[in-house]
Design a binder for this molecule. Sequence first.
Ligand code: F6R
Length: 614
Amino acid sequence: MCGIVGYIGEKQAYPILIKGLKRLEYRGYDSAGVALINAHCSTYKCRGKVSDLEAEVEGKNIEGTIGLGHTRWATHGEPNDINAHPHTSMHGKFIIIHNGIIENYNRLKSKLINRGYEFKSETDTEVLANLIEYIYLKGKVNAVTAVELALSKIVGAYGLVIACVDEKDHLIAVRKGSPLVIGVGSGEYFLASDATPIVEHTKSVIYLQDNDMAVIGLNGMNLKNLNSKQSGEKKPIIHKLELDVDEIEKSGYDHYMLKEIHEQPRSISDTFRGRINPATHELKLGGLHYNMDALTNAKRIIIIACGTSYHAGLVGEYLIEEFARIPTEVEYASEFRYRDPIIYKDDVVIAISQSGETADTLAAIELAKEKGATVLGVCNVVGSSIPRSTDGGVYTHAGPEIGVASTKAFTAQVTVLTMIAMQIGQKSGSLTKQEYSDLIEELALIPDKISAILKKSDEIKAISELYQHATNALYLGRGYLYPVAMEGALKLKEISYIHAEGYPAAEMKHGPIALIDENMPVIVVATKDKSYDKIVSNIQEVKARKGIIIAIVTEGDDTISKMADHVIEVPESDFALAPLLSVIPLQLISYFIAVLRGCNVDQPRNLAKSVTVE
Ligand code: F6R
């Protein structure tokens, strides 16, 4: 959470910072600010979006070829002008932007107050700014040493960019727990929480590792690891970005979310690319090459994730148990990490994350590693922290997901989990050769089937219009479709602020049925599968209580269409692949309802795309 950008070079920093902040706004959007290092150092910040900051800055001095920018998701202190970043130390020597949390800030703050420091904001970041300054002035050390000494007293997570007004020829960047990428241009450097603000300037990037500190000047940069026993410099590894600017633009769509929903036929094809070959019936996941033995011999697989990635994990549980016959558990990373779970050395833990930066998932990975399990990652953002901290894994290659509500990342995660389950099943023999080949062929058809569903957008929009004023909604599904129901409910609540619950359909009788009346839309994911007859009975139970049924059914279904108020048909598929299709109408329903309600679809209130705080 929070987006940070920085620039040092010969160009004017302000336009680069503002554009970069707009790209990072998905990480947090309750306040924004910039600092420009010129003769006087100008800092501008305000509550609201980056566009509010632009209005605030109009007509003011924005000169400067070095600068920092921040877009905030509040942790310490409410979103207001004062708590917005950058923060300046009391005597004005240091200007800081920060993504993360300083856990011991209260104790440090009291000590600094006893030494005469006064604070303007309620943030933990201002405490760090003042601590660095205190050490700098008292110890008469240079800025880099002051930062190093201050960080040795800090407990917490940070991605930091720091400027010292006495040393205007460089910026200091440090990473521990919160991501930071350096773009290397010609005679200029860019800093950002992820590569999206950098890609249009340079494709050469350095991903800082935990405890890395970079001192970046006009003539070059020095990198060292503050934890390393070896003193001295570390050689930076320069990666080439594979991202294109087009991928991070709205490309004519009204919202990123809509664009990303429509990208799914392509993003799923990208997830397969080079991995499945329907002609030869081959499937190969290069990232698991060294882990296949661990996977096939695993006594148990534990999937850890948060939010939508957790729902993909629930589909993964069904897939792995069906195709690979290995007991599988799925757990919220935030629960797993705090409950001292029993983990054996022959367990395989699979962490799923779009961003690859979710703090709870990262902490759960560390715990599983400590206990000796093999840990694999299923992540979207290349070079992010999770793929770097796991023993192996598979990138989803869905492309950048910018809308805060996850859509194409979910289908890409389910696709990867399907391939993992199939590969284990094939190696262990629990899938027959025929089943395996049929599944590869079926999987290859999914993108076209999604395209067919997307063509029904107008029909789905018309149904959505009828329920835009609903105050509650119930989503039901069974088997593979139960996690889809949960995902549909999450999508609706997070972007339209309508209360929604996802339930296994049979559980309805154990409580939720009491909620059903003539005003309650019940969205039933009821494509043809093993429990079809059972879900038909569940639909009848809702109808008997005058509930409204919106059913997602298989093309040609003439049983449910007679009972439901509305049906949305999706093409037939193997039961195990049905989540990849049936989730699409649910994504569209929540999108249309949120737009009709005037909600900010891409930046829903209180949320941020990348949850780097626990
Ligand atoms: C919901 C959503 C979140 C994320 C969750 C995990 O639409 O996007 O629930 O799925 O914050 O994020 P990642 O996958 O980045 O670990």
